[in-house]
Design a protein around this ligand. Structure first.
Ligand code: BTN
Length: 280
């Protein structure tokens, strides 16, 4: 049990409807926290047993963390959760975890709303180019072994984006943001149904990754990619790369970019700015 005062929602019938074998069997729900990611990380550092699949959910975060040191604005109405995993995968497959999480978010959005959610490489989910969800991965490795990973998932669900000040736009990175409520013209979504389906999807894909490798998962990511085939600019820590996003590596999901000189670059991570110019 985390040292902080989360309500264990196993007692609130969550478990009886959750069809997973490990993800979410221990789920802790908080009203307001600084960051579910911080709670999950400190829990994983303090305790080693029974961690696999533990989920921390909060209604509201005051210091939500985004990628690349950015902050992540997390008002009431969104889904803010972190999942602790000790997956049996190779270190080289870690990059598939955020991809399969984003894929799972897309699957659930499509299933619950019929909205055309797409995956913007590496970890964002967009609807008509507007960001609705972001994924953050923190990991702890020892020598050649993954100790644990924490997957942080934020989804703008029942949030009126127009009412949020411009900070949220900055926190999303370089492009527009949206929420499911905005895309659905004010209609609200049942958040715990969303969480249940999300955890079920993620568990299915984690099993698939552990048992069959990444190939089928990457195939699905490619099908719903908002990045492939477009002219992109990739901003990495000390480099800016421009070219066409031509493919994703089938083993690790890295983005393959063809530069104007015909060279293929393998991109591991970074912020991708799509230009919306599609190259055939
Ligand atoms: C991004 O920059 O796109 C990643 C955003 C990840 C936000 C989620 S919300 C739940 C978890 N807790 C955090 O503090 N961050 C992640």
């Amino acid at each position: 049990m985390p040292s902080t005062d989360g309500i264990n929602i196993n007692t609130e019938n969550f478990l009886s409807t959750l069809r997973t074998s490990f993800i979410g069997r221990r789920t802790y729900l908080y009203q307001t926290v600084e960051s579910t990611q911080t709670i999950a990380l400190s829990l994983a550092e303090q305790q080693t047993d029974n961690l696999h699949g533990t989920v921390i959910v909060a209604e509201h975060q005051t210091k939500g963390r985004g990628r690349m040191g950015r902050s992540w604005i997390s008002p009431f109405g969104g889904i803010w959760l972190s999942i602790i995993l000790k997956p049996k995968i190779k270190n080289s497959q870690i990059t598939v975890l955020p991809l399969l999480s984003a894929l799972s978010v897309c699957d659930v959005i499509k299933k619950m709303t019929k909205l055309n959610a797409k995956l913007k490489w590496p970890n964002d989910v967009v609807i008509d180019g507007r960001k609705v969800s972001g994924i953050l991965l923190d990991l702890s490795t020892e020598a050649d072994k993954i100790d644990f990973v924490v997957i942080g998932i934020g989804v703008n669900v029942n949030i009126d984006i127009k009412k949020i000040n411009s900070d949220i736009v900055k926190s999303a990175g370089f492009y527009d943001i949206t929420s499911l409520q905005n895309e659905l013209h004010g209609k609200e979504i049942e958040k715990f149904d969303f969480i249940r389906l999300l955890l079920e999807n993620i568990e299915r894909y984690v099993f698939q990754l552990e048992n069959e490798g990444a190939r089928e998962i990457i195939k699905k990511c490619k099908k719903i990619s908002d990045t492939l085939g477009k002219e992109v600019i990739v901003k990495q820590s000390n480099e800016i790369l421009q070219g066409v996003a031509v493919d994703m590596d089938e083993n690790d999901g890295f983005l393959l970019i063809e530069t104007p000189y015909g060279r293929i670059h393998k991109v591991v991570s970074g912020d991708v700015i799509s230009t919306n110019i599609t190259k055939k």
